[in-house]
Write a protein that binds this ligand. Structure first.
Ligand code: SF4
Ligand code: SF4
Length: 496
């Protein structure tokens, strides 16, 4: 066992109201600069939809992430033999058309326009060329267009749905959408790190944050092709790549990342997970149907004396172990099993997890009213406006079991609370639902409290940062060969 610690995240999708406050908080702090205008380290997408950049989930198009061939993990975008060719040309890299041409407005014209018969207006101008621009796309151009034939009907997650399911999903009276906020997943097996010929990307030993050293970056852009989530961006002004840094300067001073701190819906949770780094490669090679459970098995019990001893032996500070014991992420992901990784079939082992949304499920047939108490208490989950297969494509590598489990448990918790507070559901029925969803009364209460009544300190359990341990952990005191990203050890040298 090679115990490492990682600052990890949970986003509760039922709570997201699509306000984009998170995106703007991040933009104002980190990417309000020349060359970074089009970057959204945090963005919020409407699902179904094509996202940002367009169709980023379609790896036949972008060739991001890993594939497992003959029991070997290989980057889909590049290889040793292709590195030289790829330096000059990345055939699958998104272009400006896949993002959008950033623009601003000619505000000066409002002040400097010559006197005339009409009010002056601020026309849009390209932030790249400075020329007048006819805006045709933006980072959230399909916002709320859950029924659009241009966007929603081209969502890659519709793959595998029957024609009937698709027709139902886009029937006017059954239209549905939900929001999908995204940042870098600070993956355990990051393909961006592995793809960089300059060793500019690295995963911090003490907290798992994936960073990009601007001094080392040579602008080869392998990382942009290799990241299947398209969360590395190229700064056209500096000629270097950039990405989400999980606000590490804020974390190091005990503050939540800006997008977390500002989240209006309070959907975001942050906490430490301890995991077994010696199993990363083995887990990343598992067949798709096993990936979610296998990744969960990497996460270790922070109260287990053996884990604690191994963590201490690896230089993890007691304060970080204590933080892991209080982590809300550990509860959502490992204990309750209701938070799932996005597109784990890309095999980067993302460390941001999502609680799949219930609202469209609950409102599928009976407008959300609790009135159909039938023998099958969970009938509407498989009969929802968002087909289970769609969620499975996003959060279960195409397999429905883990998503169904999470949704059943959430529905059971809702009915249980309804029985407690409103009383229109018999408690016996609610408790039967809890049992069928493998949830105790105490667990239901805990899920309810952390979902609905959580304070700032419940949502963000930020560990004290120990930069002094970083290099020691990178040097791997137990002499375990670190496999994460196959470039994990190419961290900056001491003192950089
Ligand atoms: S591969 Fe993972 S860690 Fe790297 S940029 Fe993409 S999401 Fe972030
Ligand atoms: S700030 Fe929170 S609620 Fe608003 S869009 Fe972002 S994640 Fe959703």
């Amino acid at each position: 066992m090679n115990v490492r610690s990682q600052v990890s995240m949970v986003f509760h999708l039922d709570k997201c109201i699509g306000c984009h406050t998170c995106s703007l908080a991040c933009k104002n702090i980190w990417t309000d600069r020349k060359g970074a205008e089009y970057m959204w380290w945090n963005n919020v997408e409407t699902k179904p939809g094509t996202g940002f950049p367009t169709d980023w989930e379609d790896q036949d198009k972008y060739k991001g992430g890993w594939e497992c061939v003959d029991d070997e993990l290989r980057l889909r975008s590049t290889s040793k033999s292709k590195t030289v060719v790829n330096i000059f040309h990345h055939p699958n890299m998104p272009t400006m058309d896949d993002y959008y041409e950033p623009w601003t407005y000619d505000y000066q014209h409002l002040f400097n326009a010559p006197e005339g018969p009409d009010q002056p207006v601020a026309v849009p101008i390209s932030a790249v060329t400075g020329e007048l621009i006819n805006i045709k796309a933006g980072p959230n151009w399909d916002d709320d267009l859950g029924g659009s034939p241009i966007y929603a009907e081209h969502d890659p997650n519709l793959a595998g749905l029957t024609q009937e399911q698709k027709e139902q999903m886009f029937a006017v009276e059954r239209l549905v959408f939900f929001y999908f906020p995204r940042i870098c997943n600070h993956c355990l097996n990051p393909s961006c790190v592995a793809s960089c010929p300059s060793g500019a990307l690295y995963k911090r030993g003490e907290d798992g944050i994936v960073l990009l050293d601007q001094n080392r970056c040579r602008g080869w852009r392998n990382c942009i092709s290799a990241c299947p989530y398209k969360k590395v961006f190229f700064n056209w002004s500096t000629g270097k790549s950039e990405k989400c840094i999980l606000c590490y300067p804020r974390l190091e001073t005990g503050q939540a990342p800006a997008c977390f701190h500002s989240c209006v819906g309070r959907i975001r949770y942050l906490g430490v997970l301890l995991y077994d780094a010696s199993r990363i490669e083995e887990v990343a090679k598992r067949p798709p149907e096993e990936l979610v459970e296998a990744q969960r098995s990497l996460i270790l019990d922070p109260n287990d004396p053996e884990v604690i001893a191994a963590a201490r032996a690896n230089g993890i500070h007691d304060s970080v172990i204590e933080s892991a014991q209080k982590s809300p992420v550990y509860k959502f992901v490992k204990i309750w099993k209701i938070a799932l990784p996005p597109h784990i079939e890309f095999r980067t082992l993302p460390m941001l997890f999502y609680v799949p949304p219930m609202a469209p499920v609950m409102s599928s047939r009976d407008d959300g009213a609790v009135k159909n108490i039938s023998d099958d208490l969970f009938h509407d989950i498989d009969d929802a406006r968002v087909p289970m297969k769609f969620f499975a494509n996003m959060f279960g590598a195409g397999h429905e079991g883990v998503v169904r489990y999470a949704l059943r448990k959430q529905k059971a918790v809702r009915w249980f609370r309804r029985a407690v507070t409103v009383g229109d559901v018999p408690m016996a029925v609610a408790e039967r639902m809890l049992r069928e969803a493998e949830c105790s009364n105490d667990e239901a209460e805990a899920i309810y409290r952390l979902t609905s009544l959580c304070t700032f300190d419940d949502r963000f359990v930020i560990p004290p940062m120990h930069r002094e341990e970083a290099i020691e952990m990178m040097e791997d005191p137990l002499e375990h060969k670190q496999s994460a990203g196959f470039g994990f050890l190419t961290a900056p040298k001491r003192g950089m």
